[in-house]
Ligand binder design. Sequence first.
Ligand SMILES: Nc1nc2c([nH]c(=O)n2[C@H]2C[C@H](O)[C@@H](COP(=O)(O)OP(=O)(O)OP(=O)(O)O)O2)c(=O)[nH]1
Length: 168
Amino acid sequence: MVTHLQQLVDDADRDGIDKLVVGAVVHSSGRVLILRRSAGDFMGGIEELPSGGVEPGEGLLQALSRELAEEIGWCRPLTIEPGFVAGFDYTSGSGRAARQLTFAVAAPDRAVTLSGEHTGHRWIDPADVHDSDLTPESAQTIHAWARHSAGNDDVPGSSKPQRMSPEG
Ligand SMILES: Nc1nc2c([nH]c(=O)n2[C@H]2C[C@H](O)[C@@H](COP(=O)(O)OP(=O)(O)OP(=O)(O)O)O2)c(=O)[nH]1
């Protein structure tokens, strides 16, 4: 796992990524937690997965743990499900080459405490992502997780980040 995570960081460096972001498919009974961004922010009002930038000196999972504490009030140790990580690249609001690496985390309970970054949350069935304000990249990430969790993962090499273009 450690080698694998380091490989993801090395790949991002090699690919010229300036901003590494970690995200989570937090799920309970097959439903996935999504958050609505505050209206005043860049891309305000969209729905997104809990996510945030990796800070200098932080490991990926350390960053994920901190972001989940900040964004949904989870202070518990996280259990990352092995075998799933989905990646997409985008240009951030400040123009940086960003890559979001999204891991899967089971929610033992559904208690969520939002920060000021988000105005609402809900648990969505992956089949209903078309009926949301998720970006195509977030929607694809949720679909990839749903396929993975159904044991019907038809994406070759799904334990590696998938390159999903904003168009695709
Ligand atoms: N900018 C941007 N964000 C996207 C795209 N697709 C997509 O799912 N997102 C998501 C990632 C984040 O959840 C959110 C926007 O985040 P962001 O990284 O651009 O915003 P930010 O203000 O935190 O970034 P920064 O400018 O401070 O680097 O939208 C896309 O094509 N462009």
